[in-house]
Design a protein around this ligand. Structure first.
Ligand SMILES: Nc1nc2c(ncn2[C@@H]2O[C@H](COP(=O)(O)OP(=O)(O)OP(=O)(O)O)[C@@H](O)[C@H]2O)c(=O)[nH]1
Ligand SMILES: [Mg+2]
Length: 282
């Protein structure tokens, strides 16, 4: 299987869910993966969220290349006209920054209400993003900060609840999932590399070999070689890595399956290094 395959039924349902939830909110927190800021972004998001306030998280920044995080943040801010925060959700300081920023961008909405003679209320916020970018982690961290005062609200389906984070923010406790459908095979492969696509949709050996090519193209060949202790005269391939690591099957042949799985997992967990798979064009 040398392609990424999609399941249209799931995608249609995810899109309906997302639209329904978006109707309920003032502020949209869009989570991107800092290792693939372009491929993990949904190009039609502006059409989808209309004039709602938007805050973008460039997340998993602890796993991405620090040389590119700021460049990407600047580029995305310019293109989207929405504020971008570089985040590592395991860092408490970043959680506080997210909360402060939501308050800041929702302030004009509340002033608008006041002007109309309405009472100001907490800004209703929801998290959206492709699979595995960190949506649930974002929600969990923000809720923990708010000491989990949950309360059901009229007009919201049973499965969803608003959680009060502070007196200015309420958060929907389930995220809006943007299906990681991607016509562009190159982008789809990068989504598979960061584990944003269900494993049934692709073959590990194919994606691992594509990942090695991307790592080489993007200037990370040496750190991959060092990590796997690959000799200089050996090309950056799955079989050479398998041989270097002694992952063998019968007849001293390279264990391609095992090596592919390890390469993907090592990359996903940041073991090989801090890596960004696509660079902002200038
Ligand atoms: N290193 C690191 N890992 C993170 C960060 N944020 C989330 N993760 C991890 O990434 C994985 C996916 O995070 P989730 O919060 O479950 O992502 P999600 O978007 O809810 O994923 P789905 O529910 O599958 O769509 C988990 O193992 C998290 O612990 C981060 O900033 N840095
Ligand atoms: Mg989740």
């Amino acid at each position: 299987m040398t392609h990424i395959h999609w399941f249209p039924g799931h995608i249609a349902k995810a899109q309906r869910d997302l639209k329904e939830k978006l109707n309920l909110v003032d502020v949209v927190l869009e989570v991107l993966d800092a290792r693939i800021p372009d491929s993990s972004a949904y190009k039609n998001v502006e059409k989808l969220i209309g004039n709602k306030s938007r805050l973008i998280l460039l997340n998993k920044a602890d796993l991405s290349d620090p040389d590119y995080n700021k460049l990407w943040a600047q580029k995305i801010e310019e293109e989207s006209c929405a504020p971008v925060i570089i985040t590592d959700l395991n860092n408490q300081k970043d959680i506080n920054t997210i909360i402060d920023k939501i308050v800041e961008i929702s302030n004009p909405i509340m002033l608008e209400l006041l002007k109309k003679g309405l009472l100001p209320r907490a800004a209703r916020t929801m998290v959206i993003g492709m699979p595995n970018v960190g949506k649930s982690s974002t929600i969990n961290r923000l809720i923990r900060k708010g000491k989990t005062k949950t309360g059901a609200k009229a007009g919201v389906t049973r499965q969803q609840q608003w959680v009060r984070i502070n007196n200015k923010i309420e958060l929907l406790d389930t995220p809006g999932i943007i299906p990681s459908i991607q016509q562009d095979q190159k982008k789809a492969i990068k989504l598979a590399c960061v584990n944003s696509i269900g494993e049934n949709a692709y073959d590990n050996e194919f994606v691992a070999s594509e990942l090695l090519k991307i790592l080489k193209e993007e200037g990370y060949e040496n750190i991959v070689r060092n990590y796997y202790r690959l000799q200089e005269d050996k090309g950056l391939t799955i079989d050479n890595i398998a041989l270097a690591r002694n992952w063998l099957i019968k007849g001293a042949n390279p264990d391609m399956l095992r090596a592919s799985q390890f390469i993907l997992t090592d990359f996903r967990e940041g073991k090989i290094g801090k890596i960004t798979l696509e660079k902002p064009s200038v």
